[in-house]
Design a protein around this ligand. Structure first.
Ligand code: PXG
Length: 454
């Protein structure tokens, strides 16, 4: 593709395409980066630049780019039966096979899948069906969901309301009623003199306080990302989730783990709840379920919730045209087959993730880095003005974007949220590529520090 083609495409894009999570006027002036090809951990842009994608697209390309088997699976299913719905007492073979496969993979008795097109829709599904679950058991007032400030659960009305992003709440009149939030567990800023483990308990007990304030008879569920992704990879202390689980059990509040990012190997376990050692009642999945090759999400329910929905719920007045789409299911099955046959999760856990953690800790020695946090294949470097103090830049967000641009100039894609540099590479990243990631990140940090000093 010539440079002229690129400019023309950028003009068309600016004229006709509204981009999510962007200042579209500023973007139109700057010009979008147009990606044209992917292979393994690399993508290429329309100007011919090869980039190491240390963000796996958007936390999702877990098996890496260019796996032809997924295209073959999609084509085969399209040729055989491109579409049928799961509404009129019907469904399709791959849909059934995927539901059964997910029941086998999911921890505990999370044995029942409701399919959607995205993580956002899966969270909408959970909000509706969990409220229905309590209502049909004569507890219609037990309808409040508690989430966390700065949590991310998608962009639909329910998803964005369950999430705690202020900027999102400001657009479109959110949150919708009967959704409350507690502060997130973020020791780096909020932990004071407590040890991380002491702080984990304190942060979890905010949930108990909130339940008691609202009344346990009003609280339907607590929802959280095992590791908070979009806000900046906040990894809670190991004490946090078991305490959250204890509190949910004590007040009969359903525990919803939003595994859209953490699921499918990201933490070096199949699911984030396994990394932290707790058992959700309900689970949201998307992204890594197809490694991003095709849109698919699901809400998974445990036996207790599913039994009530089936036996007492009557007709479920919920579903999308593409719930359980056979092509998406076929691609998900092939993606999971590859992950299992090639032991991608095990390789991460025992080999590449520990190596990545070592290299990440070395990046933590850079003078710009206040904390280098990592769990499995997701991490963050918190850039700070003074390495000896746990605090943000006064003008929060002024440095992360600069560092991201320096990384891009080095041929490396890292995400910046405020001043945290976020990491989420394809799970197939090799030791050599981790070394490359280290070298390029260090250079980007150096260039950023030099700019600050100038
Ligand atoms: N839950 C979590 C935990 C997510 O990270 C969703 C739900 C929504 O999934 P869908 O498929 O509807 O996008 C997500 C999505 C970011 C960013 O800026 C993160 C997501 C989406 C867009 C941007 O890191 N995560």
């Amino acid at each position: 593709m010539t440079t002229l083609d690129t400019r023309h495409l950028q003009q068309l894009d600016a004229a006709h395409h509204l981009h999510p999570f962007n200042d579209n006027a500023a973007l139109a002036k700057r010009g979008t980066r147009i990606l044209t090809r992917g292979e393994g951990c690399y993508v290429w842009d329309a100007d011919g630049n090869q980039l190491l994608d240390a963000f796996a697209g958007l936390w999702c390309v877990n098996i890496g780019y260019g796996r032809k088997e997924l295209g073959v699976a999609a084509a085969r299913q399209m040729e055989t039966l491109a579409y049928y719905n799961s509404f009129f007492q019907c469904t399709t073979e791959p849909t059934i096979a995927l539901a059964a496969k997910l029941a086998e993979l999911a921890p505990g008795d999370l044995n029942h899948a409701f399919f959607t097109n995205s993580g956002s829709e899966a969270n909408d599904t959970i909000l509706r069906l969990v409220r229905h679950f309590w209502a049909v058991q004569d507890q219609p007032r037990k309808n409040i969901f508690i989430g966390r400030h700065d949590g991310y659960h998608g962009t639909t009305m329910a998803g964005a309301s369950l999430g705690g992003m202020k900027g999102m709440h400001q657009q479109g009149g959110l949150p919708i009623p009967d959704i409350h939030h507690i502060d997130p567990p973020f020791w780096f800023i909020d932990g004071g003199d407590l040890s991380p483990d002491e702080y984990g308990l304190v942060a979890a007990r905010r949930l108990e306080d909130k339940i008691l304030e609202l009344g346990p008879e009003r609280v339907a569920a607590f929802i959280g990302e095992p590791i908070m992704g979009a806000i900046g990879v906040y990894i809670p202390p190991m004490t946090y989730w078991p305490e959250i689980e204890r509190i949910c059990r004590k007040y009969d509040v359903l525990l919803v783990a939003d595994e859209v990012i953490c699921g499918f190997g990201r933490t070096g376990e199949w699911f984030g709840s396994q990394y932290f050692g707790f058992q959700p009642d309900v689970m949201t999945i998307a992204k890594g379920i197809t490694s991003g090759y095709i849109p698919l999400g699901a809400a998974m329910f445990n036996d207790r919730v599913a039994w009530v929905l089936k036996e007492q719920g009557g007709e479920l007045a919920h579903g999308c045209t593409y719930s359980g789409h056979p092509v998406c299911a076929a691609v998900a099955l092939e993606n999971i087959r590859i992950m299992q046959d090639e032991k991608l999760v095990e390789t991460c856990r025992h080999d590449t993730a520990p190596y990545l953690a070592e290299r990440w800790a070395q990046l933590g020695e850079h003078k710009l880095v206040g904390e280098a946090r990592i769990a499995g294949m997701m991490g963050a470097l918190e850039l700070v003005p003074d390495k000896r103090q746990r605090r943000f830049f006064r003008e929060r967000g002024s440095v992360g974007g600069v560092c991201r641009d320096h990384a891009l100039a080095q041929g490396l894609i890292l995400r910046a949220t405020w001043d945290a540099m976020l990491l989420s590479p394809p799970l197939i990243i090799s030791r050599e590529q981790i070394d490359m990631l280290f070298a390029r990140t260090w250079k980007a940090l150096d260039a950023t520090a030099a700019g600050l000093a100038a």
